[in-house]
Design a protein around this ligand. Structure first.
Ligand code: ZN
Length: 310
Protein backbone atom coordinates (compact mmCIF):
# COMPACT_ATOMS: atom_id res chain seq x y z
CA UNK A 1 0.00 0.00 0.00
CA UNK A 2 1.42 3.41 -0.85
CA UNK A 3 1.99 6.00 1.85
CA UNK A 4 -0.84 8.26 0.77
CA UNK A 5 -3.39 5.42 0.89
CA UNK A 6 -2.00 4.36 4.25
CA UNK A 7 -2.38 7.78 5.87
CA UNK A 8 -5.77 8.39 4.23
CA UNK A 9 -6.99 5.15 5.82
CA UNK A 10 -5.53 6.20 9.16
CA UNK A 11 -7.39 9.50 8.81
CA UNK A 12 -10.73 7.71 8.24
CA UNK A 13 -10.09 5.30 11.12
CA UNK A 14 -9.28 8.14 13.51
CA UNK A 15 -12.42 10.08 12.56
CA UNK A 16 -14.51 6.95 13.12
CA UNK A 17 -13.32 6.97 16.74
CA UNK A 18 -15.41 10.14 17.14
CA UNK A 19 -12.88 11.89 19.35
CA UNK A 20 -11.15 15.25 19.03
CA UNK A 21 -10.25 14.83 15.35
CA UNK A 22 -13.88 14.05 14.48
CA UNK A 23 -15.02 17.22 16.26
CA UNK A 24 -12.31 19.48 14.87
CA UNK A 25 -12.55 18.31 11.23
CA UNK A 26 -16.33 18.63 11.46
CA UNK A 27 -15.91 22.21 12.72
CA UNK A 28 -14.03 23.12 9.51
CA UNK A 29 -17.45 23.43 7.83
CA UNK A 30 -18.08 26.47 10.02
CA UNK A 31 -14.92 28.31 9.01
CA UNK A 32 -15.77 31.66 7.42
CA UNK A 33 -13.76 32.52 4.32
CA UNK A 34 -13.08 35.91 2.73
CA UNK A 35 -11.47 36.18 -0.70
CA UNK A 36 -8.74 38.82 -0.87
CA UNK A 37 -7.27 39.48 -4.26
CA UNK A 38 -3.99 41.31 -3.76
CA UNK A 39 -2.24 42.59 -6.89
CA UNK A 40 -3.63 39.65 -8.84
CA UNK A 41 -2.81 37.12 -6.13
CA UNK A 42 -5.88 35.16 -4.93
CA UNK A 43 -5.31 35.15 -1.15
CA UNK A 44 -7.97 34.00 1.30
CA UNK A 45 -8.70 34.78 4.92
CA UNK A 46 -10.06 32.03 7.20
CA UNK A 47 -11.84 32.74 10.48
CA UNK A 48 -11.20 29.55 12.44
CA UNK A 49 -11.75 29.90 16.22
CA UNK A 50 -10.28 26.41 16.83
CA UNK A 51 -6.86 27.65 15.68
CA UNK A 52 -6.50 29.96 18.68
CA UNK A 53 -3.96 27.58 20.24
CA UNK A 54 -1.68 27.90 17.24
CA UNK A 55 -2.13 31.62 16.64
CA UNK A 56 -1.47 32.40 20.31
CA UNK A 57 1.18 29.71 20.90
CA UNK A 58 3.79 30.96 23.34
CA UNK A 59 7.02 29.39 22.13
CA UNK A 60 9.36 31.06 24.57
CA UNK A 61 11.78 28.60 26.24
CA UNK A 62 10.04 29.11 29.61
CA UNK A 63 6.62 28.24 28.17
CA UNK A 64 7.97 25.18 26.33
CA UNK A 65 9.62 23.89 29.45
CA UNK A 66 6.31 23.97 31.30
CA UNK A 67 4.30 21.82 28.87
CA UNK A 68 4.46 18.15 27.85
CA UNK A 69 5.56 17.68 24.23
CA UNK A 70 2.46 16.86 22.17
CA UNK A 71 4.53 15.28 19.39
CA UNK A 72 6.20 12.71 21.64
CA UNK A 73 4.39 9.37 22.22
CA UNK A 74 3.95 10.23 25.92
CA UNK A 75 2.12 13.47 25.12
CA UNK A 76 -0.49 11.99 22.75
CA UNK A 77 -4.22 12.02 23.37
CA UNK A 78 -5.75 8.52 23.81
CA UNK A 79 -7.45 8.43 20.36
CA UNK A 80 -4.51 9.60 18.24
CA UNK A 81 -3.24 7.09 15.68
CA UNK A 82 0.28 6.95 14.22
CA UNK A 83 1.72 5.75 10.90
CA UNK A 84 5.45 5.09 11.13
CA UNK A 85 7.40 6.22 8.05
CA UNK A 86 11.00 5.16 7.49
CA UNK A 87 12.71 7.67 5.25
CA UNK A 88 15.28 6.36 2.72
CA UNK A 89 17.78 8.51 4.65
CA UNK A 90 17.50 6.12 7.62
CA UNK A 91 15.52 8.60 9.74
CA UNK A 92 12.15 7.56 11.18
CA UNK A 93 9.07 9.78 11.39
CA UNK A 94 5.60 9.55 12.92
CA UNK A 95 2.73 10.67 10.70
CA UNK A 96 -0.45 11.70 12.54
CA UNK A 97 -3.71 13.49 11.86
CA UNK A 98 -3.21 17.16 12.80
CA UNK A 99 -5.67 17.62 15.68
CA UNK A 100 -6.06 21.36 14.93
CA UNK A 101 -6.60 21.38 11.16
CA UNK A 102 -6.63 24.24 8.66
CA UNK A 103 -7.57 22.01 5.69
CA UNK A 104 -9.82 18.96 5.39
CA UNK A 105 -6.80 16.61 5.27
CA UNK A 106 -3.98 17.83 7.45
CA UNK A 107 -1.15 15.75 8.90
CA UNK A 108 1.89 16.27 11.08
CA UNK A 109 5.11 14.37 10.34
CA UNK A 110 7.37 14.45 13.34
CA UNK A 111 10.81 13.04 13.94
CA UNK A 112 10.75 9.85 16.04
CA UNK A 113 13.38 11.60 18.16
CA UNK A 114 12.56 14.60 20.37
CA UNK A 115 14.98 17.05 18.76
CA UNK A 116 14.47 20.74 18.08
CA UNK A 117 13.05 22.11 14.82
CA UNK A 118 16.04 22.24 12.42
CA UNK A 119 15.57 22.00 8.68
CA UNK A 120 18.95 21.01 7.21
CA UNK A 121 19.27 17.46 8.62
CA UNK A 122 15.69 16.68 7.50
CA UNK A 123 15.62 18.44 4.13
CA UNK A 124 16.28 15.27 2.15
CA UNK A 125 13.54 13.39 4.00
CA UNK A 126 11.10 16.19 3.20
CA UNK A 127 11.77 15.69 -0.52
CA UNK A 128 11.43 11.90 -0.23
CA UNK A 129 8.13 12.47 1.54
CA UNK A 130 6.94 14.83 -1.21
CA UNK A 131 7.92 12.24 -3.82
CA UNK A 132 6.16 9.45 -1.93
CA UNK A 133 2.95 11.53 -1.79
CA UNK A 134 2.44 13.67 -4.91
CA UNK A 135 -1.13 14.27 -3.65
CA UNK A 136 0.23 16.40 -0.80
CA UNK A 137 2.34 19.51 -0.24
CA UNK A 138 4.79 19.21 2.62
CA UNK A 139 5.75 22.26 4.63
CA UNK A 140 8.10 23.36 7.37
CA UNK A 141 7.65 26.25 9.82
CA UNK A 142 10.91 27.53 11.25
CA UNK A 143 11.20 27.73 15.07
CA UNK A 144 10.32 31.46 15.12
CA UNK A 145 8.06 31.34 12.06
CA UNK A 146 4.80 29.70 13.01
CA UNK A 147 5.89 26.39 14.59
CA UNK A 148 3.88 25.67 17.74
CA UNK A 149 6.40 22.99 18.72
CA UNK A 150 9.84 24.46 17.94
CA UNK A 151 11.28 21.95 20.41
CA UNK A 152 10.26 18.91 18.34
CA UNK A 153 11.23 18.58 14.67
CA UNK A 154 8.17 18.26 12.43
CA UNK A 155 6.71 18.90 9.00
CA UNK A 156 3.05 19.19 8.01
CA UNK A 157 1.26 17.80 4.96
CA UNK A 158 -1.87 19.25 3.32
CA UNK A 159 -3.56 18.51 -0.03
CA UNK A 160 -1.79 19.92 -3.10
CA UNK A 161 -3.05 23.35 -4.24
CA UNK A 162 -4.30 24.22 -0.73
CA UNK A 163 -2.02 27.26 -0.74
CA UNK A 164 -2.50 29.74 -3.63
CA UNK A 165 1.28 30.33 -3.92
CA UNK A 166 1.70 26.82 -5.40
CA UNK A 167 -0.18 27.94 -8.51
CA UNK A 168 0.51 31.71 -8.45
CA UNK A 169 4.19 31.99 -7.72
CA UNK A 170 4.62 34.56 -10.48
CA UNK A 171 2.64 37.23 -8.64
CA UNK A 172 4.30 39.50 -6.14
CA UNK A 173 2.57 38.39 -2.93
CA UNK A 174 5.48 37.35 -0.76
CA UNK A 175 9.16 37.66 -1.40
CA UNK A 176 10.07 34.03 -2.00
CA UNK A 177 12.36 31.78 -4.01
CA UNK A 178 11.21 28.81 -6.10
CA UNK A 179 13.58 25.91 -6.73
CA UNK A 180 12.67 23.34 -9.41
CA UNK A 181 14.75 20.35 -10.49
CA UNK A 182 13.80 17.01 -11.94
CA UNK A 183 16.01 14.80 -9.79
CA UNK A 184 16.39 14.75 -6.05
CA UNK A 185 20.15 15.25 -5.86
CA UNK A 186 20.19 18.36 -8.09
CA UNK A 187 17.20 19.72 -6.24
CA UNK A 188 18.96 19.26 -2.91
CA UNK A 189 22.08 21.00 -4.20
CA UNK A 190 20.07 23.95 -5.59
CA UNK A 191 18.04 24.25 -2.40
CA UNK A 192 21.14 24.19 -0.20
CA UNK A 193 22.55 27.06 -2.23
CA UNK A 194 19.39 29.14 -1.76
CA UNK A 195 19.24 28.42 1.98
CA UNK A 196 22.88 29.38 2.43
CA UNK A 197 21.98 32.99 1.52
CA UNK A 198 20.10 33.42 4.79
CA UNK A 199 21.57 33.98 8.22
CA UNK A 200 20.24 34.23 11.75
CA UNK A 201 19.02 37.82 12.21
CA UNK A 202 21.34 39.85 14.47
CA UNK A 203 18.82 42.42 15.59
CA UNK A 204 15.42 40.85 15.07
CA UNK A 205 12.91 42.64 17.22
CA UNK A 206 10.46 39.84 18.02
CA UNK A 207 10.96 36.63 19.86
CA UNK A 208 8.77 33.59 20.31
CA UNK A 209 7.24 35.22 23.36
CA UNK A 210 3.74 36.70 23.32
CA UNK A 211 5.16 39.96 24.64
CA UNK A 212 6.62 42.53 22.26
CA UNK A 213 10.17 43.54 23.04
CA UNK A 214 10.81 40.57 25.32
CA UNK A 215 14.44 39.57 25.54
CA UNK A 216 15.74 37.64 22.57
CA UNK A 217 15.55 33.90 22.78
CA UNK A 218 18.30 31.73 21.37
CA UNK A 219 17.89 31.07 17.63
CA UNK A 220 19.67 28.24 15.89
CA UNK A 221 18.70 28.62 12.25
CA UNK A 222 17.67 31.45 9.90
CA UNK A 223 14.00 32.39 9.87
CA UNK A 224 12.15 30.71 7.06
CA UNK A 225 9.05 28.86 5.87
CA UNK A 226 9.44 26.13 3.27
CA UNK A 227 6.98 24.17 1.05
CA UNK A 228 7.87 21.21 -1.19
CA UNK A 229 5.80 19.18 -3.60
CA UNK A 230 6.51 16.69 -6.33
CA UNK A 231 5.01 16.44 -9.80
CA UNK A 232 5.36 12.97 -11.30
CA UNK A 233 6.05 12.58 -15.02
CA UNK A 234 2.91 12.75 -17.11
CA UNK A 235 1.78 9.46 -18.61
CA UNK A 236 3.24 8.72 -22.05
CA UNK A 237 -0.30 8.88 -23.47
CA UNK A 238 -0.95 12.47 -22.44
CA UNK A 239 -0.77 15.23 -25.06
CA UNK A 240 2.09 17.13 -23.45
CA UNK A 241 4.79 14.87 -22.08
CA UNK A 242 6.56 16.25 -19.01
CA UNK A 243 9.43 15.09 -16.82
CA UNK A 244 8.99 14.63 -13.11
CA UNK A 245 9.79 17.69 -11.00
CA UNK A 246 10.60 18.57 -7.41
CA UNK A 247 9.38 22.04 -6.37
CA UNK A 248 10.36 23.95 -3.25
CA UNK A 249 9.38 27.47 -2.23
CA UNK A 250 11.44 29.23 0.45
CA UNK A 251 10.05 32.29 2.24
CA UNK A 252 12.75 34.18 4.11
CA UNK A 253 11.48 35.90 7.22
CA UNK A 254 12.45 39.02 9.12
CA UNK A 255 9.86 38.99 11.92
CA UNK A 256 8.06 36.24 13.82
CA UNK A 257 4.91 38.26 14.35
CA UNK A 258 3.76 41.61 12.91
CA UNK A 259 3.51 44.77 15.05
CA UNK A 260 -0.30 44.67 14.91
CA UNK A 261 -0.18 41.46 16.99
CA UNK A 262 1.10 43.57 19.90
CA UNK A 263 -1.07 46.67 19.26
CA UNK A 264 -3.54 48.04 21.85
CA UNK A 265 -6.66 45.93 22.07
CA UNK A 266 -8.87 48.18 19.94
CA UNK A 267 -6.56 47.80 16.94
CA UNK A 268 -4.92 44.45 17.60
CA UNK A 269 -4.91 41.80 14.86
CA UNK A 270 -4.02 38.36 16.16
CA UNK A 271 -2.16 37.08 13.14
CA UNK A 272 0.86 34.85 13.53
CA UNK A 273 2.18 33.94 10.09
CA UNK A 274 3.60 30.52 9.23
CA UNK A 275 3.97 28.80 5.87
CA UNK A 276 0.22 28.65 5.21
CA UNK A 277 -0.12 32.43 5.65
CA UNK A 278 2.98 33.16 3.54
CA UNK A 279 1.42 30.83 0.97
CA UNK A 280 -1.72 32.96 0.75
CA UNK A 281 -4.14 31.62 3.38
CA UNK A 282 -4.49 34.04 6.29
CA UNK A 283 -5.81 32.52 9.50
CA UNK A 284 -7.32 34.39 12.41
CA UNK A 285 -9.03 32.92 15.44
CA UNK A 286 -11.18 35.85 16.63
CA UNK A 287 -13.93 37.96 15.06
CA UNK A 288 -12.24 41.34 15.63
CA UNK A 289 -9.12 40.27 13.75
CA UNK A 290 -11.23 38.83 10.93
CA UNK A 291 -13.03 42.18 10.54
CA UNK A 292 -9.87 44.30 10.85
CA UNK A 293 -7.73 42.36 8.40
CA UNK A 294 -8.40 44.02 5.03
CA UNK A 295 -6.61 42.96 1.82
CA UNK A 296 -4.20 45.92 2.01
CA UNK A 297 -3.49 45.21 5.68
CA UNK A 298 -2.77 41.57 4.85
CA UNK A 299 -0.39 42.64 2.08
CA UNK A 300 1.41 45.02 4.47
CA UNK A 301 1.74 42.34 7.15
CA UNK A 302 3.20 39.81 4.72
CA UNK A 303 5.72 42.44 3.58
CA UNK A 304 6.53 43.36 7.17
CA UNK A 305 7.38 39.81 8.22
CA UNK A 306 9.11 38.75 4.98
CA UNK A 307 12.81 39.35 4.45
CA UNK A 308 14.21 40.54 1.16
CA UNK A 309 17.28 38.44 0.70
CA UNK A 310 17.21 38.04 -3.06
ZN1 ZN B 1 8.74 15.76 21.62
Amino acid sequence: MNLYTQISEMFSRELELRGRAFVNYGALDQVEVKDMTIDGFPAKLFFNPARVRSVMADVSPEALQKRACFLCPDGLEPLQLTTVWDSPTGQTYFIRVNPFPIFNHHFTISSAIHERQTFAPHMESMLHLAQAMPEMSIFYNGPMCGASAPDHMHFQAVPRHSMPIEDHFDTNYANAVLVQESDLQSHLAALEKVLSMASIPENASQTGSLTAGASRTEEWEPRWNIISWYEPASSPNSLIASSPRFNTIVFFRRESRPQCFFAPENERILFSPGTVEMGGIGIVANRESFDRLTPSKLRDIIREVADEIV
